[in-house]
Write a protein that binds this ligand. Structure first.
Ligand SMILES: N[C@@H](CCC(=O)N[C@@H](CS)C(=O)NCC(=O)O)C(=O)O
Length: 211
């Protein structure tokens, strides 16, 4: 398998974690986002959405991190990243989507670039935007987790697709110096995940393209 990735991409980070948890080897192909390599026609042929990551599984090109992780879970079921019962699966997907569909999109690179380039916001204003949406989203994540996180992880005692989303989002929050102290459950789960080699090896600073 080949993973089109960028060290700072949190969506690629999610897939790197899933691949590591499942013990699947992959070859990384680096796409430099700040240089706009994801918008080049060559990459457009690989991923028409112009987003990282893309997983190339023997020539089959998969896009969107959650779809990729679910594909990996179905094709390589051990360990399961989605629970066995429908109710638990719905909860885990809901947590993953809270992060991937509600928090992450408004702080994506092209949104921040648009704020700066088209709307004339300075760095301080863009950072304030970023921190606002992290605080807003983490408040909701904290409420969801604290009413149901009985084990070490987002759902029970084994990592799921929700943890694959939580950890990269916390890395983003820390990079933008967001105050995470109001979110003790989020940070407790983060700490537990980071004890696992699969999460640790997937982190941005440990990628070959890290700057
Ligand atoms: N929903 C997508 C999000 C992918 C995504 O937004 N990737 C970012 C990096 S984390 C990206 O490629 N951004 C490029 C841009 O915003 O122009 C997924 O889960 O794969």
């Amino acid at each position: 398998m080949k993973l089109h990735t960028y060290f700072r991409s949190s969506a690629a980070f999610r897939v790197r974690i899933a691949l590591n948890l499942k013990g699947l080897a992959y070859v990384p192909a680096f796409v430099h986002l700040p240089r706009g390599e994801h918008r080049a026609p060559t990459y457009g042929a690989i991923n028409p959405q112009a987003l990282v990551p893309t997983l190339d599984d023997g020539g089959r090109l998969l896009t969107q991190s959650l779809a990729i992780i679910e594909y990996l879970d179905e094709t390589h079921p051990k360990p399961r990243l989605l629970p066995g019962d429908a109710l638990s699966r719905a909860r885990v997907r809901s947590l993953a989507m809270l992060i991937a569909c509600e928090i992450h999109p408004v702080n994506n690179l092209r949104i921040l670039q648009h704020l700066k380039r088209a709307l004339g916001q300075n760095d301080e204003q863009v950072n304030a935007w970023y921190r606002h949406w992290i605080a807003d989203g983490f408040q909701k994540l904290e409420a969801e987790l604290s009413r149901g996180a009985t084990g070490d992880y987002c759902h029970g005692d084994a990592p799921t697709i929700a943890d694959c989303c939580l950890v990269p989002q916390v890395f983003n929050a820390q990079r933008y110096q967001c105050d995470t102290s109001p979110f003790p459950t989020v940070m407790r789960v983060f700490g537990e995940c980071m004890k696992l080699d699969a999460f640790d090896r997937a982190q941005p600073s440990k990628q070959p393209d890290a700057e």
